[in-house]
Design a protein around this ligand. Structure first.
Ligand SMILES: [Zn+2]
Length: 369
């Protein structure tokens, strides 16, 4: 392997963390590889990136351009606003955040990684004069009804295929999948109006340590290292203080010639330690039987990997998930589980608040791990 340098600040010889755990695909939480995960952490700017073999890199880019990825990604996540099964789609919540930063009329909006284009359509509904453009690497996405008439779609290997000058550029859960960050940032500078805004939403591994086990992405971000990366490329970042997307970083970038800053944070070491602790706790329950696990995303897939036959069912509040199957096991709504059923919450620090809420609302014994 040739010498490794940090992609953000060019510091040589970053710290390499080796996680002996399996890696998962973000589109359906199936296994990406048996691992280990090699993660590089820069002690100067806190950038965290995957160390990938050429074969893994090829595997990722082939997957993103395939039709299977397009179909599965469209089974989108939902957000619970209250405990009463009130679900609001993420794109509506994002539009709530973004409308105030747009010019009042004729706003030019580009969504990079637009997938089904639901967010662009929502913006178009709220501001009918908006000029909408959607870019996606993957040409197979089925767009939401009516999108083809209202949105200019561009598909290609890189964002250089897009032309225009935009008031808002959206990267919603797409930044972490873009390998050439310097090229992306210079494309953003090319495409953004002088007073324009870039909106970025990515998983925050400080809040969701298991996201370090996604196999099909290139970088891992936090509310600390994302603004540093932006500053290295001439953008100032405002991190949005919000609770709705509690395990994501939401950030607004604007052109800014502020000097580059660095950040020494402990988030990476803490997240790795939390992940090892969660896996250790899962293994310690491996001799039990009839266990439930809350959640049908990466934490659920990780639990299934270590619990095997000890894990009998998954628990999910989302009525679209309850009644289905995950990792081949039934998914039940928490109101339908037995009073004495043991349900593991593999969410580290975040598990305590979840436990309090579930114990108040539902039957079952909830165990934070
Ligand atoms: Zn660095």
């Amino acid at each position: 392997m040739s010498a490794i340098t940090c992609i953000v600040c060019s510091r040589p010889d970053p710290y390499i963390e080796r996680l002996e755990f399996p890696l998962f695909r973000h589109m359906d939480f199936g296994m990406f590889s048996k691992g280990p995960a090699l993660l590089s952490y820069c002690q100067t700017c806190s950038a965290v990136s995957r160390l990938l073999s050429n074969a893994e890199t090829k595997n990722i880019s082939t997957m993103y351009q395939g039709s299977e990825y397009a179909t599965k990604r469209e089974d989108d996540h939902t957000i619970f606003i209250s405990a009463k099964d009130a679900i609001k789609e993420p794109f509506r919540l994002q539009a709530d955040i973004l409308m105030p930063v747009l010019p009042k009329t004729g706003a030019a909006v580009l969504d990079i990684g637009c997938a089904d284009a639901a967010l662009l359509m929502e913006i178009g509904t709220r501001q009918p004069t908006a000029d909408l453009c959607g870019f996606d690497l993957n040409p197979y996405h089925n767009h939401v009804t009516g999108a083809e008439d209202k949105i200019r779609f561009v598909s290609g290997e890189t964002i250089s295929a897009v032309d225009g000058a935009f008031d808002l550029i959206v990267l919603s859960h797409s930044l972490q999948y873009i390998r050439d960050v310097p090229e992306l940032m210079s494309e953003l500078a090319r495409l953004l109006n002088p007073e324009g805004t870039v909106f970025i939403q990515v998983p925050d591994f400080a809040q969701k340590p298991a996201s370090l086990l996604y196999g099909d992405l290139y970088y891992h971000y936090t509310a600390a290292n994302l603004p540093v990366m932006a500053a290295y490329h001439g953008f100032g970042a405002t991190t949005l203080n919000q609770k709705i997307f509690s395990r994501d970083v939401l950030c607004l970038l604007r052109r800014d010639n502020a000097p580059q800053s660095t950040v020494a944070e402990t988030a990476f070491a803490n997240a790795v330690a939390a992940l090892r602790q969660t896996v250790g706790n899962l293994i310690s329950h491996g001799e039990e039987s009839g266990l439930g696990v809350l959640g049908t995303t990466i934490e659920g897939a990780l639990a299934d990997n270590f619990l095997g036959n000890s894990l009998a069912f998954f628990v999910d509040e989302n009525p679209k998930k309850a009644g289905g199957r995950f990792c081949g096991k039934p998914v039940v709504h928490p109101r339908d589980i037995a009073v004495d059923a043991a349900v593991l919450l593999p969410y580290g620090r975040a598990a305590f608040a979840i436990k309090r809420r579930f114990e108040k609302l539902y039957p079952g014994r909830y165990i934070s791990i």
